[in-house]
Design a protein around this ligand. Structure first.
Ligand code: CA2
Length: 143
């Protein structure tokens, strides 16, 4: 069965506790549960969160080494991290960048992503559904 790593960056462990107007009311555990239910028997979901850039790098490398797909919400590292960009391009793990919020409708510093250019695509602005849309994109047949 296809393995999909769902990797979450800094502060996403706080989801559901603060800023519901931007990030919604679901916790990260709720999102994980929904995603696993949606995957059903179609994919094995490996769901992780870290506040540490290097740990995210290690997990991207792990996904690449086993030819797994990646759904990456890099949080604020999206806008700063050359290390994550290099990990994605080096590991050759097919990665879909996602965001809960529409980063392009927010502050200008969120408009720049260091990782988009090395990702297969980007999904932003759909709340928890962003995770599910990325899963469907990973599992869809390529035309
Ligand atoms: O919209 C997204 O998914 C983001 O990746 C979330 C990041 C932000 O830096 C990106 O620009 C867009 C922030 C995640 C922080 O999440 C919190 C959740 C609750 C309370 C505080 C922070």
């Amino acid at each position: 069965m296809r393995r999909i790593f769902v990797l979450n960056g800094p502060n996403l462990n706080l989801l559901g506790t603060r800023e519901p107007g931007i990030y919604g009311t679901l916790s990260l555990a709720d999102i994980e549960e929904r995603l696993k239910a949606r995957a059903g028997g179609r994919a094995e979901i490996v769901f992780r969160q870290s506040n540490h850039e290097g740990e995210l790098v290690t997990w991207i490398q792990e996904a690449g080494s086993e030819d797994a797909g990646v759904i990456l919400n890099a949080g604020a590292y999206t806008h700063t991290s050359v290390a994550l960009r290099d990990a994605i391009s080096g590991a050759k793990a097919e990665t879909i960048e996602i965001h809960l919020s529409n980063t392009h409708a927010r502050e200008p510093f969120r408009h720049k992503s260091f990782i988009t250019a090395v990702c297969r695509g980007v999904i932003a602005g759909f709340g928890p559904l962003s995770y599910e849309l990325a899963l469907e994109a990973h599992l869809a047949p390529r035309d």
